[in-house]
Ligand binder design. Structure first.
Ligand code: ZN
Length: 151
């Protein structure tokens, strides 16, 4: 909604115009035309924000859920199965070892079952490490180069 809608100045403006009409300084037709124009603007603004909300709702599909085969879509926290409501599927790719996966990495994981080496994970002990991710039986596993295993 436009900020103008709640603005006290605006209300004052309309009130003054009504007063002017009473005093014969303003034609009622003109006033009505202005209100119509203003209403049109508000409706258009509302329509625009509505279409924005719709495009946010049709989220980007990342891949197929390894647990149930439904679409996995991107959301604020990560990548989740879109059938969580219908089927109660709990598949979700959130942060992995302190790192949010990029859409590309999530896509690789879902399509190929494995990502390339991803840098900058943080182990439970606070050490940084690099690893590829693998998906097996709906679970995420780390794949390490032997010499790079976190201590
Ligand atoms: Zn699922």
């Amino acid at each position: 909604m436009p900020g103008k809608l709640k603005s006290p100045e605006l209300t004052g403006e309309w009130e003054k115009k009504l007063y002017d009409i009473e005093k014969g300084k303003l034609e009622p037709e003109k006033y009505i035309a202005e209100i119509k124009q203003y209403t049109k603007e508000i409706v258009e603004t509302a329509r625009n924000s509505e279409s924005k909300a719709i495009s946010a709702a049709t989220r980007k599909i990342i891949g197929k859920c390894p647990a149930c085969g439904a679409d996995v879509t991107e959301n604020k926290k990560g990548y989740g199965c879109s059938a969580w409501k219908e089927k109660g599927c709990k598949f979700f790719l959130g942060e992995v070892a302190g790192k949010k996966l990029s859409a590309k990495q999530a896509k690789d994981l879902l399509e190929k079952g494995q990502t390339k080496t991803i840098k900058g994970f943080i182990s439970k002990k606070g050490n940084k490490f690099d690893a590829a991710l693998k998906i097996a039986g709906g679970k995420i596993e780390f794949l390490f180069d032997e010499d790079k295993k976190p201590q």
